[in-house]
Design a protein around this ligand. Structure first.
Ligand code: GLV
Ligand code: GLV
Length: 321
């Protein structure tokens, strides 16, 4: 019997074609609907490998029914949807998709920063809605980006790639991270500082830290209050790093100028969420790595990792515990 691979979302046929000779492969048939939990658990109970999305909870409940499971390949660099301790207790390898998405995610993060600072989305809607009656000196005037200070919270590879883009815009780069990145300090003139110094000094605070117990609820009202009044906050990591109610209060009270958000506490965000009623919020549907080339590369990497583990080889990108 061929080993069985279950994929929790419909992927293009060309991605799974290389697997079909050696493996039995089944995909959840919908492209834009999350696999129901009962279906996932049923499939997991007979799967040798799972290819999962960041919207799937891969936890003890799942591992305990998955007696044959050897690998979970998650189509994301983040793996906060996976209980690593439970995976290791059950001897299941966990793989993610680092590196292949670094530049695409940095491009989107910097694009979101620019869109938020220069009110690009609001301005585009303004034109399409027929509101453009005359050119005027301060019409939709936003914040400068060039020569300002960017503060990057979470200086992993994506943070470093954002710093490189900021350097090209003549920005001063501050960063906060668990460990110092001395090579970036010399390459980009990035300066390491404490979290408090960063939030007080930066004009743009860009959150790229993974979601962990330490970073959950990191950005609270007290933190927004310490930021400059004209600061722009960007989140391209995970929603729960930010206290959304307190971000809303901060934006309404004018503690900061604007926010650009690619991620939310609950995804998809409800269209009646208070944050979406604010004109100084740019909201995107978690599309950090969503270029066609990058998403295809991420899928191929997941497939290679699965094939490696099921063939008794080392996967390319095993998550380190
Ligand atoms: C996306 O958010 C990812 O972790 O790849
Ligand atoms: C976060 O995901 C990072 O790479 O900084």
């Amino acid at each position: 019997m061929k080993p069985y691979i279950y994929i929790t979302r419909k992927l293009p046929d060309e991605v799974i074609a290389p697997l079909l000779e050696k493996y039995e492969v089944k995909m959840w048939e919908k492209e834009d609907v999350v696999v129901p939990r009962s279906v996932l658990l049923e499939e997991a109970s007979r799967a040798d490998a799972l290819l999962t999305m960041l919207s799937d909870q891969v936890n003890e409940e799942l591992f305990s029914v998955s007696t044959k499971l050897k690998i979970v390949a998650n189509l994301a660099v983040g793996f906060d949807n996976i209980d690593l301790a439970a995976a290791s207790a059950h001897g299941v390898a966990i793989c993610n998709t680092p590196d292949v998405l670094t530049d695409a995610t940095a491009d989107l993060t910097f694009g979101l920063l620019m869109a938020t600072a220069r009110r690009i989305v609001e301005a585009a809607e303004f034109v399409k809605e027929g509101n453009w009656k005359s050119w005027s000196p301060l019409l939709l005037a936003g914040n400068d980006i060039h020569h300002k200070t960017i503060g990057i919270v979470g200086m992993g590879s994506i943070g470093a790639a954002v710093a490189k883009r900021a350097f090209g815009f003549d920005m001063k780069v501050l960063y906060h991270n668990r460990s110092r990145k001395v090579e970036l300090e010399s390459q980009l003139g990035a300066a390491y500082c404490s979290f408090d110094e960063l939030v007080e000094q930066a004009d743009f605070i860009v959150c790229l830290t993974p979601l962990t117990p330490e970073t959950r609820n990191l950005f609270t009202r007290a933190v927004f209050k310490r930021m400059k009044d004209n600061a722009v906050f960007i989140n391209a990591s995970r929603g729960p790093v930010v206290n959304e109610e307190e971000l809303y209060d901060a934006l309404v009270a004018g503690d900061i100028a604007a926010a650009g958000l690619d991620v939310f506490d609950k995804e998809p965000i409800d269209k009646n969420h208070p944050l979406l009623s604010l004109s100084n919020v740019v909201a995107l549907p978690h599309i950090g790595s969503a270029s066609i080339d990058t998403r295809m590369n991420m899928m191929r990497l997941c497939v290679e990792n699965i094939d490696a583990v099921l063939s008794g080889k080392e996967p390319k990108t095993l998550v380190k515990k």
